[in-house]
Design a binder for this molecule. Sequence first.
Ligand code: ZN
Length: 272
Amino acid sequence: MKTRVILWIVFLLGGGILFQECSTVEITGRKQLNLIPESEMVSMSLTQYDDFLKTHKLSTDKEATAMVKRVGGRIAAAVEEYFREKGMAHKLKGYQWEFNLVESPEVNAWCMPGGKVVVYTGLLPVARNETGLAVVMGHEIAHAIARHGNERMSQQLMAQLGGMALSEALKTKPQETQQLWMTAYGVGAQYGVLLPYSRMQESEADHLGLIFMAMAGYDPHEALSFWERMAKASGGEKPPELMSTHPSDQTRIENIKKLLPEIMEKYYRPAK
Ligand SMILES: [Zn+2]
């Protein structure tokens, strides 16, 4: 794991320092600065994902596992269709979708770049049903699709290393440099639903997630009650500093209400 991070940093150095890439988030059209080649984000994720599965137990609940795989498969198909329609299929290059249910009391789920999705059994009572699960899986997949981890990591690169050459940073601050990846994409207890991204990224993931679930045949209205249940489930657990940067649950629900009519009209394809 550590070796892989270092190898990756060395790759960046050897590759002529940072690739300065300005890209656009689908739907919102927001410009984002992604300094890390997406192919590297994907390959890094695959390694992390393997490590995660080696150290965590898969659920033995066959029915629930099948549900996670079914919802994931339907949303992934919707994502691919969406990108094909927009002529952007190449943006999913390197994606190898996989959906697993992991035995853990945590109310959490995440998706890494490359399409590796994990749902924790602790989330299931909050999801309550298949449509509720589609809300959260659509949302997490949207974070990956919108390259939010790359953006977060790029911002930290700029903020923490600033004018310092990466090579210098690696020599004098190896720990901090390595920490960049871990904070942006560490598969720890905190990553995923438990540790939200910035307000803007959360809204983007909500918007894209609603589109994907609607295209996959799940009624996006479920998002309203899901996020209310989620707010109750995580009530009191969020550290105060997180609350200040994260959209309040009420704001999130209001924003979703505003989006729903358009999503229903343009994207909802009820399952046959
Ligand atoms: Zn989120």
